[in-house]
Design a protein around this ligand. Sequence first.
Ligand SMILES: [Mn+2]
Length: 461
Amino acid sequence: MKTPPGLDKGLLKAKEIIESSEDIKVYSHRDCDGITAGAIISTLLERTEKDYEIEFINLNQVEDIKIENELTIFTDMGSGQQIEEIATSNSKIIILDHHPPLPRKNPKGQLLELNPIKHGIDGSTQVSGGGMAYLLSKKFNHHDLSWMGVLSAVGDLQNSLTGKLTGLNAQILEDSKQLGQIDIIEDLLIYGRQTRPIFVALSYFSDVNLPITNNRTESILLLKKLRIPYKEGERYRCLCDLTMEEKRKLFSELVKMLSRKVPPKYVKYIPQLVSTEAYDLLGEEKYTPLRDLAEFSTAINACNRNNDIKLALKILRGERDKALDELETVTRAHRRYLAEKIELIEREELLQQKRNLQYFKTTEIRDNVIGTIAGMIIGYGDWRKPIIGLGVKEHGTKVSLRCSRLLALDGIHFGSIIGKIAEKVGGSGGGHAMACGAYIPHGTEEKFLELLDNALNGKIG
Ligand SMILES: [Mn+2]
């Protein structure tokens, strides 16, 4: 896909504005996409020798900003906020976002909003916030930042449904491939290609409950049955060590196991459950969490959840050595936190079943991992139903939904459903078909669940 002419013109305009400004402030969203977008823009501004500052914030902080700089740039945020409320008559503002844009009143000062949705491009699958930042840096001829545009898309789960990057994302990926930064690999859809022993990785399979799900012993037995060695000397083999032939064997066996388990209407989606396009960063060492882009995005998320965006930026900007040790510590803490919270959900039997959904409600899990945890425990409940995590906090409740890829492949778009239901209880939300979320007012949780359960009548199972 080519950049549409209108967007292209806007990007050139943004370039002009940046070139003619000396004092620049960047605000970016606090998530993998936003942090990466911030890394792209700050690299760009440094290379153009601009004086700039960058800050990473949450969406609800945008409207409290006091504009003080000559030029303010928002990345991965801004479209869904009333920016005109904070604009001043002498402010220049650029928004690079891919979330649904709000209607705008006439702003004071100069406001340039670049958003793919305004040009008929889907912002949840075709381009991310970091992708938009890259398209701008491309106008400055910094094509080498393209790998971060790809990372942003992966971190934003833009390929989560089909396993592929499409639209502008595919163009950005192509730029990166041309430069020899990224290798595209047709692979099995098993997370942890570079760092997890294959039998561990297999045990996390949870789109459908299989004997291997949450069961390492069964995973080893499966590999033995297929004569795929899970060790090489003393070292455990990872997915990236498997030969094509071994991957083919494993693929056919998983397809066979799944065919026995899923209702007939889902059978046609099975190949998509077990295969994907994977992305290797060729400049990174094998067996590190930075070699595979999906694992890289987890590393950035781990930094964020540990309130260590500085470390995420160091890694994105190419620092290694000590930064890698720090990352190891942060990732380990992150994994421990997730494991503890999953244990808590099990111990206190928090997972509750409704007719068409399952949910857990807690005050003890941080907002920004509710979704990750929901995704990790699909395999503990009933994969036929979506799982909803409710993080209850004083200021409101964070809702995260995850589901088996099968439900989304079958055509349910939970992002739009959850958006509508959230509005009915005075909240707001949206996102992808199989990974989405909302904020709802404190006290409306039961009502929300009931409305959602009813809305899913006849759609599930
Ligand atoms: Mn984003």
